[in-house]
Ligand binder design. Structure first.
Ligand code: AMP
Length: 735
């Protein structure tokens, strides 16, 4: 869920991007290493600073040598002296050019050694994804609509596998209560949650053409471009720009506007001046029913559907805490100018968990299962002091109070396991804590799982302890108490604040609004009630805001009694806290595409072949079946194996085209199919593993069950490899 901030209301979902790491594309023929290799950001930063300083020094050396040459010429010095000075100048210029080249390579992420830079890498991945219909720009024949994409067949299969694993890893494992609520949501719900008033991004307009841009994106692009392309900026200026990037999510509307002015940022397309930033609500508005009188919105998140059902879900759970509810569904956000392809879209699938817990006990019984995990964490102190993310054992992060509580820590650990098991590279996954102002005022602590892609660090999962905010907001608006009870084994004597609205007086004063005023008085917390008591005693009356009426009313001394009494209590009634992991499924899938992609040379070495190294768990098709040559007997065997695979529930594809086997392998490697069965006899077949290209020989009857075991994760390819006879690749693999 996006946070509603007290100061800077912003819905930034992208993580900080200030540590542009070096990334290079490796041709992974013999190794299964990742397409991107990342040097530690710390080294990159140091190197960049050193190079910027060296460049500034070299520039001043060039300038003074240039002056020296001019002075010699003006003084009509001897030709030999002038030539020597020019030679020295040229030498300095060459040295400067060499530093510039190194700096360019450092800041752009390109290796400078012929390897693809990040844009080229992205282009290659996206071309493959679009060509093989992982995704299709929606409504393409009508020129498409920005921020809307279709999933084609392999994309759909991957999404379904990711969601299947999500259900298994979270819903099943934690006994969560899954619900499925409508996308169309009445206004009152989103008014209560705060979305109608505050679900905004800051927008600026081209003052002449009216074209809209997201204010923080323009500032971010400006800083990144300056850092990457303007090699003449000083190390100090570079540090300032990096700081702006680091605190971008923290900037208020005024601060953003001031920076845009200070840096002279104009409309990217026209260079026209820009308006001051102002909030734009991201929800798609609609009306429910034909009258047009019942306003509604397409939900911007799935969470509200769970909150409004809390009472029934709590009852369903035997009136016990903690418990979690989960929902997978579409969310809609009218993004101002979606540019980052599949990462920022206007309709996307969210998978959200609302874990309800007693605010006085946020321990988690299974925390010990994740306490020893160690991965990159980026606490806010480290961000503010310009350090980078570092590996911290999760148990230590919780015991040192870096992570607010065990339940939040437990979910951070479970999210880490979920993402890495899907195939996300753990070195390009970090958990970043929200900065103080970035976090909603009511939140206890928030961490984003950010994944590094060619677009930088991207927020893919938000994990927030939202305290009791959401349930309280819906309690206030609906009048239905969304609370939990703790029954005491022995009654307890407690000093209780007792608020007794005098209904007769309130009825006389407020008539039809009496009920709303009574409820608001009863809903006061201790601090508010004691303040009211003091004011009534000193002044005889006080102004009082009744949210449900949307206005202040005057309460006089005779309308309410407020006192403290000793009472016997049999139970404690409280509003549960909510810990919310919220998964952007499309973003996770896109990052998975990038982390899984690599190229390797064809056997002839004349072309680069694309491969997605999806783990069997997410691979869109688990297996292909190829008769080695077009021959009726082999085709019959292929059909029998296909039938067994279908019975075993394994998605597969038969390719009986006469194309060379190498080409057929290449086609399926590009779809990330992990195994291929090649029928080259009627009694036994070969099974080839995609990344190693190793092949084993298996009896026809065993083929489907071997694939089943290895794709289900009951065995590994390494085990299979050590069990069955090996097949030399030369006979079948002619890529
Ligand atoms: P939020 O409620 O803003 O924290 O968003 C929850 C999750 O939804 C984020 O962690 C993202 O993964 C995802 N998300 C948010 N906005 C978009 C978008 N415009 N396109 C795709 N995914 C999004």
């Amino acid at each position: 869920m996006r946070c509603f901030l007290l100061i800077a209301l912003s819905t930034h979902s992208f993580g900080h991007n200030f540590l542009s790491p070096l990334t290079t594309l490796r041709s992974a023929h013999s190794t299964l290493s990742h397409a991107f290799t990342r040097r530690p950001p710390y080294t990159t930063i140091q190197m960049e600073e050193t190079l910027r300083k060296a460049l500034a020094e070299k520039q001043s050396a060039v300038d003074s040598q240039g002056n020296a040459v001019r002075a010699l010429k003006a003084a009509k010095a001897a030709k030999a002296d002038v030539d020597a000075a020019i030679e020295a100048l040229n030498g300095l210029k060459l040295e400067k050019a060499s530093i510039e080249k190194q700096l360019q390579a450092t800041v752009s992420g390109g290796g400078g050694d012929g390897s693809l830079n990040r844009e080229a890498f992205r282009q290659t991945v996206n071309n493959t994804l679009e060509r093989r219909l992982f995704y299709i720009p929606s409504f393409k024949i009508y020129r498409g609509v920005a921020g809307l994409y279709d999933y084609g067949p392999p994309g759909c299969a991957i999404k379904s596998n990711v969601l299947g694993f999500w259900r298994q890893h979270f819903v099943l494992e934690e006994n969560m209560l899954e619900v499925d609520c409508p996308c169309v949501t009445p206004e009152v719900v989103l008014k209560a949650s705060g979305h109608v008033d505050k679900f905004t991004d800051l927008m600026v307009k081209d003052e002449k053409t009216g074209t809209c841009y997201r204010a923080d994106h323009l500032l971010k692009d400006f800083c990144n471009e300056k850092l990457q392309k303007d090699l003449s900026i000083t190390a100090e200026k570079a540090a300032e720009l990096k700081h702006v990037l680091a605190v971008l999510d923290d900037l208020s509307s005024e601060e953003l506007g001031a920076k845009i002015k200070e840096y002279g940022i104009t409309a990217p397309d026209t260079k026209n001046p820009l308006s001051d930033p102002y909030p734009f609500n991201l929800m798609f508005q609609t009306s429910i029913g034909p009258s047009g009188l019942s306003p509604g919105y397409m939900r911007p998140e799935t969470a509200q559907g769970i909150f409004v059902n809390f009472k029934d879900l709590y009852y369903y759970n035997g009136n016990k805490l903690p418990f979690a509810a989960a929902q997978i569904g579409q969310a809609f956000r009218n993004e101002i100018s979606p540019r980052q392809g599949l990462l920022r879209v206007r309709e996307f699938t969210l998978a959200e968990i609302e874990h309800f817990v007693d605010p006085e006990n946020k321990s988690h019984p299974k925390f010990s299962e994740v306490a020893n995990l160690e991965f990159l964490m980026f606490p806010r102190e480290e961000q503010m002091s310009g350090h980078s993310a570092k590996k911290i054992p999760l148990g230590e992060a919780v015991s040192r109070g870096i992570v607010n509580n065990e339940t939040l820590g437990y979910f951070i650990g479970r999210v880490y396991l979920f993402l890495t098991r899907l195939g996300i590279d753990e070195d390009r996954l970090r958990f970043r804590q929200h900065l103080a102002n970035e976090m909603a005022h009511y939140a206890a602590d928030c961490w984003d799982a950010e994944i590094e892609s060619s677009y930088g660090w991207i927020e893919c999962v938000g994990i927030a302890d939202r305290s009791a905010y959401d349930l309280r907001a819906h309690t206030d608006k609906s009048g239905v108490a969304l609370v939990a009870q703790e029954k005491f084994s022995e009654p307890r004597e407690v000093e209780k604040l007792v608020i007794n609205p005098v209904k007769k007086e309130l009825g006389l004063a407020f008539k039809g609004n009496q009920r709303m005023v009574v409820e608001a008085l009863e809903a006061m917390n201790e601090k508010e009630a004691l303040e009211m008591k003091a004011t009534l005693e000193s002044k005889g009356e006080t102004e009082f805001l009744v949210c449900t009426l949307g206005k202040n009313v005057t309460i006089t001394k005779n309308m309410v009694t407020i006192s403290k009494e000793i009472k016997k209590e049999h139970q404690r009634v409280f509003t549960p806290s909510v810990i919310e992991p919220s998964f952007g499924i499309g973003r996770i899938i896109y990052c998975l595409y990038e982390h899984s992609f690599y190229t390797r040379p064809s056997k002839a070495g004349d072309e680069q072949l694309n491969v997605f190294r999806f783990p069997p768990l997410v691979a869109p098709i688990k297996c292909t079946v190829f008769p080695l040559v077009q021959n009726q007997q082999y085709e019959e065997v292929a059909k029998v194996i296909s039938q067994s695979l279908t019975t075993a529930g394994i998605s597969h594809k038969i390719d009986i085209t006469g194309t060379s086997i190498g080409k057929r392998y290449a086609r399926t490697d590009e779809l990330g199919v992990p195994f291929a069965i090649t029928v080259d006899s009627t009694s036994s077949v070969t099974i080839r593993e995609r990344d190693s290209k190793d092949q084993i020989r298996v009896d026809v009857e065993r083929a489907a069950s071997v694939i089943k075991e290895v794709t289900d994760g009951r065995t590994t390819w390494a085990d299979v490899w050590s069990t069955f006879p090996h097949q030399s690749s030369a006979s079948a693999d002619d890529e």
